[in-house]
Design a protein around this ligand. Structure first.
Ligand SMILES: *Cc1c(COP(=O)(O)O)cnc(C)c1O
Length: 377
């Protein structure tokens, strides 16, 4: 398949990231022993308004290590959204536990707090909520239910770097937060991830598990079973440069959001999430719902014909082969509608206003049914 002229996403990189990567190579600091890995952790924790951050190799590794550090065991159940990225139930399974799916809610596209309590069983140990497509989940309600049942909550912030919930940064709202720095996230080091927490013991337990169980003050005493989930020094160097430019990176993406918003203002068939008084979302991928799956697929095809990458939302997790049978095929009505009608549009700093207008027109027409068979009259 030939690459798209306008891809879904493109990392926002400058001479500053190039210089940081060059320095990493020049000084020979490629691994997580590079001094700026700790520097990155400190700066990232401060931005998330949380005392501790542990830099790791990916968002999935961050989740996996956090679940292990929380002491998850075979037979345990963890509640996860039925609609999100597959890394979430995969990490639960890799940690030896069973993901139990919960439907999403229409306003945030995140886990529906009203359905969490009903999914709890004597085996439930915790909840992984996801700030989906940049929007903070209704954390307070989930935390309150979890507290009543003695469960922990982990927030997956991979798609919502620096979003805010009732004035507080995501990553510090639950027992732990996890982040990904894959190339299509708000800031990136190519690959990478982080675990944030206010709990020093949990941070320590995560740190043990991402570096083969080695204790920092006795590096060859591998006291617990660990993984090799370390962030590279090269990636951390690029991430430090991204933090230097954070204001600029966010502002450039916010401009793209503003332009799409204005273009879709008079498009009743293109559904967006309502602004919520308690939520300050992150400008990750600009995403909309179309009236049905046929119009959504028509929009994807119409964009593709013009060299533009529109990405349909992920399939419903309980429908995927590794998780099939984990829920009734007719269940999860909200998550199913998201999976069938959702579409993410190209979103990156520097995307030209006229390109955004063109994309919006194509999507608007498809949403109104112009691209359906027989709809060209
Ligand atoms: C991207 C993403 C991850 C995983 O990140 P990797 O760094 O690719 O492992 C986890 N959860 C969500 C919600 C994501 O979007």
């Amino acid at each position: 398949m030939k690459p798209f002229a306008i891809p879904l996403s493109r990392p926002d990189l400058s001479e500053r990231e190039l210089e940081a990567a060059a320095r990493s190579v020049r000084e020979g600091w490629l691994s997580w022993r590079a001094p700026w890995v700790r520097g990155f952790e400190e700066r990232f924790a401060a931005l998330c308004e949380v005392p501790h951050a542990v830099a790791v190799s990916s968002g999935t590794a961050a989740l996996h290590a956090t679940l292990l550090a929380l002491g998850i065991q075979a037979g345990d159940e963890v509640l996860v959204p039925a609609f999100t990225f597959v890394a979430v139930p995969a990490a639960v399974r890799h940690a030896g536990a069973t993901p139990v799916f919960v439907d999403s809610e229409p306003d945030t596209w995140c886990i529906d707090p009203a359905l969490v309590e009903g999914a709890i069983t004597p085996r439930t140990r915790g909840v992984v909520l996801v700030h989906q497509h940049g929007y903070p989940a209704d954390v307070d309600r989930v935390n309150a239910i979890a507290a009543r049942h003695g469960l922990w909550v982990v927030e997956d912030c991979a798609e919502a770097h620096f979003a805010r919930h009732r004035g507080r940064a995501v990553g510090g709202l639950c027992r732990a937060g996890v982040f990904s720095f894959f190339a299509n996230k708000l800031i990136s080091g190519g690959e990478g991830g982080a675990v944030t927490t206010a709990d020093p013991e949990l941070a320590h337990q995560v740190r043990l598990r991402v570096n083969m169980g080695a204790t920092p003050d006795a590096p060859y005493d591998f006291g617990v079973l660990g993984h090799s989930f370390r962030m590279s020094g090269l990636g951390a160097a690029v991430l430090c440069a991204q933090l230097d430019r954070l204001g600029e990176i966010r502002a450039r993406r916010a401009e793209v959001f503003t332009r799409y918003d204005a273009r879709f203002e008079g498009a009743p068939s293109v559904q967006r999430r309502p602004p919520l008084p308690w939520a300050d979302p992150a400008p990750w991928l600009y995403s909309v719902l179309l009236p049905d799956r046929y119009r959504r697929d028509a929009a994807v095809a119409a964009l593709r014909e013009r060299g533009i990458e529109g990405r349909p939302f992920f399939k419903l997790l309980p429908d995927l082969a590794p998780y099939r049978g984990a829920g009734a095929p007719t269940g999860f009505p909200c998550a199913r509608r998201l999976a069938e009608t959702g579409l993410s549009l190209p979103t990156f700093g520097g995307l030209l206003p006229e390109t955004i207008d063109r994309i919006a027109s194509i999507v608007d027409e498809a949403a109104a049914g112009h691209h359906l068979a027989g709809g060209h009259a």
